[in-house]
Design a protein around this ligand. Sequence first.
Ligand code: C5P
Length: 237
Amino acid sequence: MRPAPIAVALDAPDLETAAHWASLVTPHVSTVKIGLELYLRYGPEVIASIRGASGVQVFLDLKLHDIPNTVEGAARAVARLRPAILTVHAGGGPAMISAAVEALPATQIAAVTVLTSLSEADLERVGIAGPSEDAVRRMSAMAVGAGAQALVCSPREVATVRAEVGPDITLITPGIRPAGAESQDQARIATPEQALADGADLLVIGRPITGAADPGAAAAGIAAALRRTLADSDRAV
Ligand code: C5P
């Protein structure tokens, strides 16, 4: 059976826990996400430990944001790790995004639009006036124009972004909570089925899987629900 379009966020305090979670979920999901905390604590070796022999896709969530030359160098520095996806901040601008795309031709560069942790008041304070949805739409169009093949946005914005960028761009959404799950600190949430129906391609899910008593069973359950949604809508994964 094909693994479901889920990126499990391995937000673990230590490498052993992250590798254990990865081994439990990789039969069921396409991707695991390694973020700044694990990467900065353990370095590039973390990728080999997590990937193991499984062949699971690695989403390296480093959210790069610097001048184009520096981001190009950073992207080249992770090329040997063969991440399937690498994030950069769309706010770094088109030249920076293009530099990452050119430096890593075998990796999908995913541009993070507006961080979901920013309120509209915060956005105004950093100089982005108007509704956040407009900013997300503008940044999405800019990032895709610069060559980004993927975008990260909240489930609340995914339908708008899909309408803006068309069918060929991979849309990645965090803030996913199965019906009945705790929302924890996520404000803009959607169920996995709703996010897919709205046009998401890859769902980032952390604590609903890694915080479960049996992360493998939790991943399998969500994967099965997604397969039913995809079968109903005839969408290929
Ligand atoms: O545990 P949970 O499902 O909330 O994990 C979501 C993951 O997605 C975390 O790794 C978090 O850092 C990441 N993320 C997010 N919101 C964003 C961007 C990334 O929650 N806007």
